[in-house]
Design a protein around this ligand. Structure first.
Ligand SMILES: Cc1ncc(COP(=O)(O)O)c(C=O)c1O
Length: 234
């Protein structure tokens, strides 16, 4: 697939050719398109997107190209979601084939879904063989909350101050004191926040596990922990 601007495919660029930045950042095309986009886009995109203001054109493997032809090395694979590199050919081919067959199937079973469940289940222990599919991280967190409640018949959660769980109400309730939460309360009740494990300078002057355990209500249903944390106070 070539770029919208007739440039050679990214995959054809030799290793010596990248990274390649030949304009100011953002370049003139990015600046113009950003301006058009920003007229209609709520200003809630991530800090790097807001700060860099580059408009992306295409990507391949570890390379991302903006509309001015600047080529960057992407060290976080988009946003750490699928560590496959950008547009891996096998995934793109499978998506193309399926999109041509059926774009939407609600929650009906399909042959690829059955195969996917089996492949995923083979990587999991015997007690973890029942799967639910969701489209976003926040939905998965909400599903985990429902599952924990229905299994334990309890209703309270323990979560950590700097954990990031997503933008839905339940997920936001679990998150700590992010500025993002300001103005959106009240949140779902039944969440106890704990400082993050930081035994080097423990904010409570306590050994971590003891601090959490001593404050946990008896009705706690689950303790959620996010691999993504922010720089907010521990
Ligand atoms: C650890 C973690 N949990 C939940 C989420 C929320 O995912 P989504 O934005 O897809 O709802 C994110 C998103 O960055 C995340 O990093």
């Amino acid at each position: 697939m070539t770029s919208r601007f007739g440039r050679p495919a990214l995959a054809s660029l030799g290793e010596d050719g990248v990274p390649l930045v030949h304009t100011e950042i953002p370049g003139p095309r990015s600046a113009e398109l950003w301006e058009r986009d920003a007229r209609h886009h709520a200003q809630n995109s991530s800090m790097p997107a807001q700060t860099l203001r580059i408009v992306l054109d295409d990507a391949s493997g570890a390379l991302v190209r903006d509309v001015d032809g600047n080529v960057y090395l992407d060290f976080c694979s988009g946003i750490v979601v699928a560590n496959l590199g950008h547009s891996p050919p096998a995934v793109v081919d499978a998506l193309r084939a399926e999109a041509g067959r059926m774009l939407h199937f609600f929650d009906f079973a399909t042959p690829p879904r059955a195969e996917f469940f089996e492949a995923l289940a083979r990587t999991l222990p015997p007690g973890l063989q029942t799967l639910q599919m969701y489209t976003t991280g926040a939905e998965a967190v909400e599903a985990a909350m429902r599952l924990a409640k229905s299994y334990t018949h309890n209703h309270e959660f323990i979560s950590f101050f700097s954990a990031w769980h997503g933008r839905t109400l339940g997920a936001m309730s679990l998150m700590g004191g992010f500025p993002l939460k300001h103005g959106y309360g009240p949140f779902a009740p039944g969440v106890m926040h704990s400082p993050n494990a930081y035994c080097y300078r423990c904010p409570l002057g306590l050994e971590r596990a003891r601090a959490v355990r001593s404050r946990a209500p008896a009705s706690s249903t689950a303790c959620t922990s996010s691999p993504a944390s922010s720089g907010s106070p521990p």
